[in-house]
Design a protein around this ligand. Structure first.
Ligand code: AMP
Length: 307
């Protein structure tokens, strides 16, 4: 099954307690595609960069089965730039700078050959751009997943709520779920958000795992306890890539299969955080992914005797 991925392709500057890097290739769509490439070889991207973006990075994505026809390269303009600093717990971060650059005037064009993609991943980006992409699909995709963040909620909450009416799955972190719903309790927040449009809600809690909500059901997947977390940037996007990648590979969007997809997403996120930026995702192979999923199975499997 083919997956259309929309989201930022970016330069990041990252500071963690373990080091600092001034300019590295990142972006939501970059992480999503790299992660999803372990499950699907039919990946299509729609995004925008400036002519300062390295050809090497485009080639790297192509090597991971990403069709780059929908990547606009704007002459004389600069690529989206984000800079963040992680706190000592590595679970929280401050955004130091966001320079929209090419994003300010981005008008997404979905190439004709992408318009019938079966799965649609609306990665972190302006909600109005996410909606424009959705509107260009000739057939409603089998599954539409949307990811967003506080930055867009602060600026464009109304546009976001419009886009949410049309999606199947929303992935956000705990703070964003509270901001979107106005509720502190995540269970109450989920009930409110599920009335906004999405049938499924995934709340990511960093090293404390992820919750999947649907109607009155809830599923929890832990994060793998790792000896070293080097850089959490892109963990949420890697999760999303693994999640939608697995669903596309199995072509099954039942709640039970979504539980398995959450475990696959968690496995991909656990790789991402082990090195700076996208590096780890470009070093691993499918055997590594399978072995890691096995670690998750062992982590959460137990027998219990009930009277
Ligand atoms: P994550 O750690 O999964 O939340 O994603 C980190 C990636 O999101 C970085 O590579 C950034 O380039 C990208 N990013 C940061 N801020 C934004 C934003 N406002 N919109 C879209 N992408 C962003």
């Amino acid at each position: 099954m083919s997956i259309l991925v929309v989201g930022t392709v970016a330069f990041d500057a990252i500071e963690t307690p373990f080091g600092k890097i001034d300019k590295i290739v990142g972006g939501a769509a970059t992480y999503i595609c790299l992660s999803a490439s372990f499950f699907s070889k039919k990946l299509n991207i729609v995004s925008v960069v400036g002519d300062d973006f390295p050809k090497k990075a485009i080639n790297m994505l192509e090597k991971h089965h990403v069709n780059m026809k929908g990547l606009q390269i704007k002459k004389g303009e600069k690529t989206f730039f984000w800079s963040g600093k992680y706190h000592n717990d590595m679970n929280t971060r401050d955004t130091l700078d966001t320079q929209l650059n090419v994003l300010e005037t981005f008008n997404p064009v979905v190439p004709v050959e992408f318009q019938a993609s079966e799965f649609l991943m609306l990665g972190n980006l302006m909600p109005s751009v996410q909606k424009k992409v959705l509107n260009q699909m000739t057939e409603r995709p089998k599954l539409i997943v949307l990811d967003t963040m506080n930055f867009w909620m602060d600026l464009f909450m109304d546009d976001l709520k419009e886009a949410l009416k049309e999606v199947d799955v929303l992935t956000i972190n705990d703070e964003e779920a509270r901001q979107l719903s106005g509720e502190y309790s995540l269970v109450k927040a989920a009930k409110i958000i599920l009335k906004m449009g999405p049938k499924y809600l995934i709340i990511k809690k960093g090293e404390h795992g992820a919750l999947l909500f649907n109607n009155n059901e809830v599923f929890f997947a832990p994060a793998l306890p790792l000896e070293e977390v080097f850089d959490p940037t892109g963990a949420g996007d890697s999760f999303a890539g693994g999640f939608i990648g697995y669903l596309a590979k199995t072509n099954d969007i039942s709640f039970d299969n979504m539980k398995r997809a959450v475990i696959n997403g968690s496995a991909m996120a656990s790789f991402c955080v082990e090195k700076f930026g996208t590096q780890k995702l470009t070093e691993i192979n499918k055997d590594d992914v399978d072995a890691r999923i096995n670690e998750f199975v062992n982590l959460v499997q137990f027998d219990i005797l009930l009277k």
